[in-house]
Design a protein around this ligand. Structure first.
Ligand code: V47
Ligand code: SF4
Length: 355
């Protein structure tokens, strides 16, 4: 049996594959073979179920001191189009949707040096006050590290104080691609990959679950992708706190990076390799906002089991040209999942099914 067939067989059987075996699969397995192995793994875990959440996105400020080359969302202070949502505006944004059964609020923003530390505590408290019981998934590791440094607190203090104010989980953003060489080209000012991993390990040790991401389809290679996935898998072996991995296809609009973005074939291969390699991360997301609804439907057959959510008012991907709707109704979401031949299952932030 060839090395490729051996790796495929191991992957489909749910045995752990090495980085080298994953590279062989990425390089030489046919997309159907790869998809079949990923589908076997996904089906053993979740059958035909595909999860989604009733959520709301809140991007509280786009003012950011960093200048990531792929980012079309951030603005400098005073620049046309820059904004900050005051705590009362955040409260209103939550209250506006009280007639809907929102269960998760996803909060991320730029690194804005002018917002006092209490702003974050008050924002978290205001969200929980306006909608008691909602889960708050907020602040990337990059924001947590920035705030700790700026306000001379330990990261542990920030995470603990935020949790007391209402934080339930961290989203997976800011990971980008861990390679220091690529980071120096893509996001030189950003927290390093090593430090990103440390913040997540710390969150896990405090029982704060988190997600993880990889920005792909720009200037990285499969080797860089696998290095990144290996670092995530190693951390998960130690800490076990990742709930979901989200491969984020690079959006090409409104930024300085000269790259094309992944095509459909690359996207499905990415989902499949992620599913078979990340044997210790329960969920793989097909993030319809960035990949498009049709690709996300296909993703459900190539290893992904989660469709994210209703979201309304996502700003980061749309600033970079994502041509998907800004939000979807629950019936539309369920319809897209059913049309793909899967069973829609509404979940909460922690991936527990809603009855
Ligand atoms: O980290 C910025 C990315 C991320 C672009 O945890 C871009 O459930 C593609 O992390 N092309 C934020 N991506 C989004 C994110 C996320 C989304 C949905 C769910 C979850 C979760 C997390 O957006 C940033 C950055 O990598 N981003 N610009 C771009 N041009
Ligand atoms: Fe700032 Fe995040 Fe955009 Fe980078 S990706 S410039 S850190 S908002």
């Amino acid at each position: 049996m060839s090395d490729m067939h051996q790796a495929l067989e191991k992957a489909g059987a749910g045995e752990r594959i090495t980085r080298a075996e994953a590279l062989i699969l990425a390089d030489s397995a046919g997309v159907h073979q790869l998809g079949q192995a990923a589908l076997e793994v996904r089906t053993r875990l979740f059958g035909q179920q595909a999860f989604f959440v009733y959520n709301q996105h809140l991007n509280y400020t786009n003012i950011c001191v960093n200048d990531c080359r792929f980012c079309a969302y951030s603005k400098r202070k005073g620049e046309e189009g820059s904004y900050v949502m005051m705590v009362e505006e955040v409260r209103e944004a939550i209250k506006c949707r009280l007639h809907e059964p929102v269960e998760e609020v996803h909060v991320v923003g730029g690194l804005n040096p002018d917002l006092p530390y209490d702003y974050y505590l008050e924002m978290l408290a205001a969200i929980k006050e306006a909608r008691p019981g909602v889960h708050i998934k907020a602040f990337t590791a990059v924001e947590i590290a920035f705030l700790a440094q700026k306000y001379k607190k330990t990261r542990k203090q920030v995470l603990t104080e935020f949790t007391q104010a209402g934080l339930d989980a961290l989203p997976g953003g800011g990971a980008e691609v861990f390679s220091p060489h690529l980071r120096s080209k893509l996001c030189p000012e950003k927290l390093s990959g090593e430090e990103w991993l440390k913040v997540h390990e710390l969150a896990h040790s405090l029982d704060i679950p988190t997600n993880c991401t990889l920005l792909f389809g720009h200037i990285e290679t499969w080797q860089d992708r696998l290095d990144h996935l290996q670092a995530l898998r190693d951390l998960q072996d130690r800490s076990g706190g990742f709930l979901c991995f989200i491969p984020l296809p690079y959006q090409t609009g409104g930024n300085d990076l000269q790259a094309e973005g992944p095509d459909g074939l690359d996207m499905v291969k990415m989902w499949a390799i992620s599913r078979v390699f990340l044997d210790n991360i329960p969920h793989i997301k097909a993030y319809w906002v960035f990949c498009g609804i049709k690709a996300a439907q296909l993703g459900l057959w190539y290893g992904a089991d989660d469709f994210d959510g209703t979201l309304v008012e996502e700003k980061v991907g749309h600033a970079a040209g994502a041509d998907t709707p800004r939000g979807l109704g629950i019936e539309q979401l369920q319809h897209h999942i059913q049309a793909a031949g899967m069973i829609p299952v509404r979940r909460d932030s922690f991936f527990q099914p809603r009855t």
